[in-house]
Write a protein that binds this ligand. Structure first.
Ligand SMILES: [Fe+2]
Length: 208
């Protein structure tokens, strides 16, 4: 037990690229449908070309089964198809905490960067609920200290979303399909340490 704790403190606390050989969807038609914005009404928020939710039944059943064997189930999922050079708000998904989830990214370039921040003392943010019922907490940049930044390149990438974070997009459109998870042991979303334990075999670079 002590060995696991010692190893975990050296793991990246904000993102870890993973590699599964299990596609997110049985075929890519759903991705193509999201990317095909012709004739579709645009989201009210001009940050997005397209935005919405994905049902668990739309994911590849083999992926859902594989996650189930690992002790995880998809909880809910959103997609965010973001315009070039968009500067996203700094937020946590839900309330601030210790939570890992999975992000699959399509498109983007190397200048599309995710940033993580540590709140200064007393910074608690402002809680709200998005258009699809997902909670978030917004933070002012002045109340934060930048602690990490990276282009998200895994397929997928484990990302820490209980920590304040944002995307500043590069010159290309960027589609993020995100999967929140339920940990079968706790019935809650998995902690970062639990995700590191569960996905250790899928890490592209365990020393990341
Ligand atoms: Fe987020």
């Amino acid at each position: 037990m002590l060995a696991i704790v010692v190893i975990n403190i050296f793991m990246n606390q904000y993102y870890i690229d993973l590699k599964f050989d299990i596609p997110l969807f049985q075929d890519e038609s759903l991705v193509n449908e999201i990317l095909d914005i012709e004739g579709k009404s645009k989201p009210v928020d001009q940050s997005y070309l397209n935005r919405g939710t994905i049902k668990t039944t739309q994911f590849n059943p083999a992926l859902v089964e594989w996650l189930d064997k690992k002790g995880l189930s998809p909880l809910c999922s959103d997609f965010f198809y973001r315009v070039p050079h968009n500067v996203g708000p700094i937020h946590t998904d839900g309330k601030p905490g210790d939570v890992g989830k999975l992000n699959w990214i399509f498109g983007q370039d190397d200048q599309s960067i995710m940033y993580w921040y540590k709140p200064k003392a007393d910074a608690v943010g402002e809680y709200g609920v998005g258009p699809f019922g997902t909670g978030y907490t917004l933070f002012n940049e002045d109340d934060l200290v930048l602690v990490e930044s990276a282009a998200i390149k895994g397929s997928p990438t484990l990302v820490n979303i209980g920590v304040p974070h944002r995307i500043i997009n590069g010159a290309l459109n960027r589609l993020c399909i995100t999967m929140h998870l339920t940990d079968h042991v706790t019935g809650k979303q998995p902690t970062w340490a639990r995700c590191v334990e569960i996905f250790r075999s899928e890490m592209l670079d365990p020393d990341q």
